[in-house]
Design a protein around this ligand. Structure first.
Ligand code: PMP
Length: 418
């Protein structure tokens, strides 16, 4: 079962033809690109390229149409009510910064709290550190449970006791794969009248999303983790959420009128898209969403769940290997779960040495703190190695990982004993 989808789709990804030796297990950092995306970008440059939004000529108007059609596609794909709720950014990081500098600088006051968690990626921490320092507000973190989930009691208690002005939490952990109960997180924040930003960088590539039903005020994601090009991300805001926010970056394309001494600004989303955007890459992102539509997110999710179960079954018995993250069956009544990421350490070895060992066997995994240093501290380790799976991952690649890890673990066990 775990191999059906990858057997069908792997041929769409040219990198695996060019590098047949690779076991690419680092899709959580960035996904490989299907030929449909690569060709859409090349075709757009070859046939239809011009700058957008400013041309009085047909080619530019056509390019504008292609670009704006992707905004509609993004709204439809993620279940946002209107394309006007979609702002294109460079990546998820820039989308968080947009909210921090626009919403945060405008709305946060001295003494206010931005509530994050100790599991966050630095992209959803550092912008809040920068902005709260400017206004005299502060950042507080919700604790993690010992099995790697968000401590919902601590979340509710902090919402009740602290002067929280904004909640900013990840939807899925890049390190542990924990799928947090997003609807419950939104419900609890809104019950206190607090807006919530969800970092969907690791959720959007794996889960079917209906952002209208989810109800978060701000949702951020990156194209490159969803088989699309680099250089494109999105902020998807709740209805009416962008209306009265001040601009983040200033320049061309985001203004109503400019005088030498002052300016007035366009409405949303144009107000948040200063300068020439990543036009061809946005077109490529549209092709990636078409690709995912054809595959079907529910099918993708099923495939990855089967792969994860298979991987845990293969890896758990390995002597000297510590696996992190919640149990597969840990999904609680409020809708959490686990996505296809496995972090681990080998007893006696540094995570970087484990990754180098695997690299010699052409197995690509990531090692280090994974831009989540507070989470490393909570786990009490300097780093981990991480294997992450995607629609093109095969059970055979997981077998190779397990077999290489058995060797690594045996090698370091001998070193330990020596
Ligand atoms: N949040 C999470 C949970 C992530 O895993 C990542 C990417 N590693 C980001 C945010 C930032 O994404 P990007 O680098 O594309 O801005």
């Amino acid at each position: 079962l775990a191999g059906t989808l990858s057997a069908e789709l792997r041929g769409d990804f040219p990198i695996f033809t060019h590098r047949p030796e690779l076991a690419f297990l680092d899709s959580a950092a960035s996904a490989q690109k299907p030929r449909q995306v690569i060709e859409a970008v090349a075709e757009f440059y070859a046939h239809d390229y011009a700058n957008i939004h400013r041309g009085a000529y047909g080619l530019s108007m056509q390019a504008t149409g292609r670009f704006e059609a992707v905004r509609e596609k993004v709204a439809r794909f993620f279940g946002a009510g209107s394309p006007d709720q979609v702002v294109f950014t460079r990546n998820a990081t820039e989308a968080v910064n947009l909210v921090a500098y626009s919403w945060g600088l405008d709305r946060l006051r001295a003494g206010d709290v931005v509530l994050v968690s100790e599991m966050e990626h630095h992209a959803n921490l550092v912008p809040w550190h920068l902005v709260t320092a400017r206004v005299g507000a502060r950042v507080e973190a919700v604790r993690m449970t010992p099995d790697g989930r968000l401590d919902l009691e601590d979340y509710a208690a902090k919402l009740a006791r602290l002067p929280v002005r904004l909640v900013a939490l990840q939807h899925v952990s890049n390190l542990l794969g924990t799928v947090h109960p997003a609807r419950e997180l939104v419900r609890l924040a809104h019950a206190r009248g607090v807006p919530i930003l969800l970092d969907g960088a690791q959720a959007a590539p794996h889960l079917p999303l209906d952002l209208t039903a989810l109800g978060a005020d701000f949702y951020v994601l990156s194209s490159h983790k969803m088989f699309g090009p680099t250089g494109v991300g999105a902020l998807i805001a709740g209805p009416g959420r962008l209306g009265d926010l001040p601009p983040f970056l200033g320049g061309g394309d985001m203004i109503r009128e400019v005088f030498a001494t002052h300016s007035t600004y366009a409405g949303a989303p144009a107000r948040f898209e200063a300068g020439t955007p990543a036009i061809a890459e946005v077109v490529g992102f549209g092709a990636a969403l078409d690709y995912l539509d054809t595959v079907g997110m529910a099918r993708l999710e099923g495939h990855e769940r089967a792969l994860l179960a298979y991987a845990l079954e293969q890896l758990r018995p390995i002597e000297g290997l510590t696996l992190y993250g919640p149990a597969l069956d840990s999904s609680d009544a409020s809708g959490g779960g686990r996505s296809a990421v496995v972090s681990f350490n080998v007893r006696g070895a540094h995570a970087h040495d484990v990754a180098s060992f695997l690299d010699e066997a052409h197995i690509c995994v990531r090692a280090g703190h994974h831009c989540a240093q507070p989470l490393m501290r909570a786990l009490g380790v300097p780093g981990t190695a991480r294997a992450s799976f995607s629609l093109y991952t095969t059970p055979a690649e997981i077998d190779r990982l397990a077999s290489a890890l058995r060797e690594v673990a045996a090698f370091f066990a001998e070193e330990d004993g020596a």
